[in-house]
Write a protein that binds this ligand. Structure first.
Ligand code: AMP
Length: 400
């Protein structure tokens, strides 16, 4: 059984075709700049195929992907009928979706109802679903896997903001949380690595990538997470500010005479590590600048680490203790220095990092390792997240 995993952005379409018999990725790729002269990069094994052509909509992009999968150098299947089902990453499932679900007309209508909560993401996800219906036909089942679903278990004391309750009732303004597929995968992986039932564990998962979030997972259930109504909340990320005193927003808007959209763009695209360092949003560039003596780059790294440390402390308190911490995402899987800096401030919890092992295993992509000592009261792991595999497994489970 082969599952196609689709992650559609407003002008992009990422995909993986996974053979579920052996959980092998047969091909993966990305279509960029959909809407004009687009570029499809299709990879299978060590082969890479590039196709540049006009792709006015996601349907033409998906059509190009299907051609790449079934013909030429990147061919991995004989015909589209070999695709059992399609699993879609859908960013916002609102309060309606607490788990992955087969897409039908009602589900599409509900995903559309969630657009005001994710105006940039859900419309793009819908384009991806519609493109699959156009190109593959209605017979191939499609499944939506929501970034928010894993966090739907949060109690109201964690998900409500301290603003007039009527805004929650009127607009559903609350914390939803994101990266749920990753936090779910990583927390389960930690339980597997510890050889314990996840129901008996209190785990903090740190997904540190360009977008980043931390979750408190108690007994396999997300009880709190740093991202909120949108993925802007929490701690400082590549270009996003993370949490602020709300007055900062109104102060800058008034004094700089900015519209709501302009302010939104500053907080989402020009803040965070980029905004502080003035160097880049990319962790590698900022680390390099810091090691060359750039003070603002150093400050950006210190600030981000400090905020991560504070959230871990907060979640240890929220769960009344922790058994394990996991680092994942592009930064968590590659930057031993951040893992060390964070763990150095968690000795009060009984965290003891095996520094030598952590350093020797800086890059762990494709592996999962324990980086704490045998005596550490809290087990610490670096785990390779695999959101696509979770989407593929959920899809298979639902269509079986
Ligand atoms: P993600 O959003 O999960 O793809 O992660 C992107 C972030 O991971 C970027 O800030 C990258 O700089 C960082 N990253 C990726 N590879 C490495 C690496 N080898 N060393 C340090 N950071 C890395």
């Amino acid at each position: 059984m082969k599952i196609l995993v689709v992650n559609a952005g407003s002008s992009s379409l990422k995909y993986q075709l996974i053979d579920m018999e052996n959980e092998q990725v047969l091909a993966k790729g990305n279509c960029e700049r959909i809407g004009s002269m687009a570029l499809l990069t299709h990879k299978t094994g060590d082969k890479k195929v590039e196709v540049e052509k006009e792709m006015p909509t996601h349907s033409e992009a998906l059509d190009a992907v299907m051609k790449a999968l079934t013909s030429g150098e990147g061919k991995v299947i004989d015909s589209l009928s070999e695709i059992t089902a399609v699993g879609h990453r859908v960013v916002q499932g609102g309060s309606e979706f607490t788990a992955s679900t087969i897409i039908n007309d009602d589900v599409m209508a509900a995903i559309k109802r969630c657009i005001p909560l994710a105006p940039l993401h859900n419309p793009a996800n819908i384009l991806g679903i519609e493109a699959c219906t156009n190109v593959l036909g209605k017979e191939i089942p499609q499944v939506a896997v929501f970034d928010t679903a894993f966090h739907a278990s949060m109690p109201s004391k964690a998900y409500l903001y301290g603003i007039p309750y009527e805004y929650y009732e009127k607009y559903e303004i609350r914390r939803y949380g994101f990266h749920g597929t990753s936090h779910r995968f990583v927390s389960q992986k930690v339980a597997d690595l510890m050889g314990k039932d996840i129901k008996d564990l209190k785990i903090i998962t740190c997904h540190l990538g360009n977008g980043a979030s931390i979750a408190a997972v108690n007994g396999g259930i997300s009880v709190d997470t740093t991202m909120g109504l949108t993925p802007l909340d929490g701690f400082m990320m590549g270009t996003r500010s993370g949490s602020l005193d709300p007055s900062v927003v109104t102060f800058i808007q008034k004094n700089e005479n900015l519209s709501a959209d302009e302010m939104d763009s500053i907080l989402n695209k020009k803040s965070g590590v980029l905004g502080i360092s003035g160097v880049s949003n990319d962790n590698r560039d900022v680390c390099e600048a810091a090691s060359n003596g750039n003070e603002r780059a150093k400050l950006a790294i210190e600030m981000q680490n400090y905020q991560i440390i504070k959230y871990i402390g907060a979640y240890a308190a929220a769960m009344n203790g922790i058994d394990a911490i996991a680092f994942t995402g592009g930064i968590g899987e590659n930057n031993y220095d951040i893992r060390e800096a964070v763990c150095d401030s968690l000795t009060y919890l009984g965290v003891e990092l095996d520094k030598k092992f952590n350093l020797e295993n800086a890059h762990i992509r494709g592996n999962d390792i324990k980086i704490s000592t045998a005596d550490s009261k809290v087990a610490v792991f670096a785990v390779s997240t695999d959101e696509e595999m979770v989407i593929a497994k959920d899809t298979l489970e639902l269509v079986k």
